[in-house]
Design a protein around this ligand. Structure first.
Ligand code: PLP
Length: 395
């Protein structure tokens, strides 16, 4: 993998910026930017509505983007719904599944608010039981899930990768437990799909929500995978233009494809851009990206562990390149500001939309460095050197 060549596709990096906030949103490579511009410049038209040439081109490319994303996670085209982000996909399932008081939902304390608050709301509205599993030293253990998943469990909603700890959940094994108990499995793939080779058939999940904007795609793009027979069991969030096969004065018939969930004019240009982002990742190869990030992650974790007054939150776990830490006596926001001021390093700080997990860790927040294919060993060295300097001066 030629990182220097890849970096040429991200002009923002030429400004001397060290970008380590890809878990919030990733940078966007030139081919993706070009594809978005090309929509507006060359064939700007609505999709699935017109017979004229421009509409035909736009419709074809928008549909093709669905196919590219479906192939990327080994799903079928009709199983892929474009959303505006991960949060919308999860909420679509929460509001569309239909709940009864006797149901149970199982989730965990490491979840992003987007995969936590929707379930709290279902509990408040419908009186369903909500079981919340805690991790052990940063790891969600299968035996803890086995204890609470039973024939009452309608849904298990779990993150594939924690956006704070970087820890990887054993989804395949979890899917087996769900299957044995007839429970549905929703996976929050916001942090996994951009970094791991994800195959929905192999994982065995029923739903997978993720974000295009965290995997080199434009902002305003997300994806919800729903296993085929479930498509018709989920009530769409919105219906109207583009979602129906037939409408009479008394009734309507929704389409049997993903279009039933994409009401109104979709985010056409950015959806097409997402398809190009997926192509870009595939061309480089997810396995090579994983290897590159693994090397950088190891260097960063080991380096941080050696710095006095730095605490890393669960360094030695099965993980991706999302690393949370704190410098003793310093507020994480102050550390993030100093990293930017001193060394042009962009990291996230605060609670990372994971307040229950912060409370469990006993901190107000953390500093989080998150890596991607464009980061380099030199950048890791700069981060480590700057953290060391800050930690020394904080004593
Ligand atoms: C694990 C996880 N889930 C959900 C989300 C929400 O994603 P989005 O902003 O695409 O809705 C994030 C965003 O950081 C995340 O990291």
């Amino acid at each position: 993998m030629n990182v220097e060549k890849i970096r040429e596709d991200f002009p923002i990096l030429g400004e001397g910026i060290i970008y380590m906030d890809s878990a919030a949103t990733s940078l966007t490579p030139e081919p993706v930017v070009a594809s978005v511009l090309s929509y507006y410049r060359d064939y700007n038209a609505n999709v699935e509505r017109g017979v004229h040439r421009l509409s035909q081109v736009a419709s074809h490319l928008y549909e093709e983007a669905h196919i590219k994303v479906a192939d990327f996670i080994n799903a079928k085209e009709e199983e892929i719904v474009f959303t505006k982000n991960t949060t919308e996909g999860i909420n679509l399932v929460a509001s569309g599944l239909g709940w009864e008081r006797k149901d149970k939902i199982v989730t965990s304390i490491v979840e992003h608010h987007s995969n936590f608050m929707p379930w709290l709301r279902v509990k408040k509205r419908f009186g369903v039981a909500l079981e919340i599993i805690k991790p052990n030293n940063g790891v969600l253990r299968l035996e803890d899930f086995e204890k609470v998943i039973d024939d009452r469990t309608k849904l298990v909603a779990i993150t594939h990768v924690s956006n704070v700890l970087g820890s990887i959940t054993p989804i395949k094994e979890m899917a087996k437990i769900c299957e044995d108990n007839n429970a549905l499995l929703l996976v929050d793939g916001a942090q996994s799909v951009p970094h791991l080779s994800v195959d929905v058939k192999e994982l065995g999940c029923d739903f997978l929500a993720f974000a295009g904007h965290k995997m080199l795609g434009p902002t305003g793009t997300g994806v919800l995978f729903m296993r085929t027979p479930l498509l018709e069991k989920i009530e769409p969030l919105a219906i109207g233009g583009g979602t129906m096969d037939d409408v009479s004065l008394e009734d309507y018939k929704l389409k049997e494809t993903y279009e039933r969930f994409e009401a109104g004019t979709p985010n056409i240009a950015d959806g097409i851009g997402l398809g190009v982002a997926v192509e870009y990742l595939e061309k480089i190869g997810m396995d090579d990206i994983r290897k590159h990030e693994g090397k950088l992650t190891k260097k960063l974790v080991l380096g941080l562990e050696e710095i006095e007054n730095v605490e890393v939150y669960h360094p030695y776990i099965e993980r991706i390149g999302v690393i949370s830490f704190n410098i003793k006596r310093l507020n994480p926001h102050d550390v993030a500001l100093m990293l930017d001021e001193v060394s042009n390093i962009m990291v996230r700080s605060g609670h990372h939309c994971c307040m229950p997990l912060m409370k469990e860790l006993g901190v107000v927040g953390t500093v989080r460095a998150s890596l991607y294919l464009y980061n380099t060993e030199e950048e890791i060295e700069t981060l480590l050197g700057t953290v060391e300097e800050i930690a020394r001066s904080s004593v």
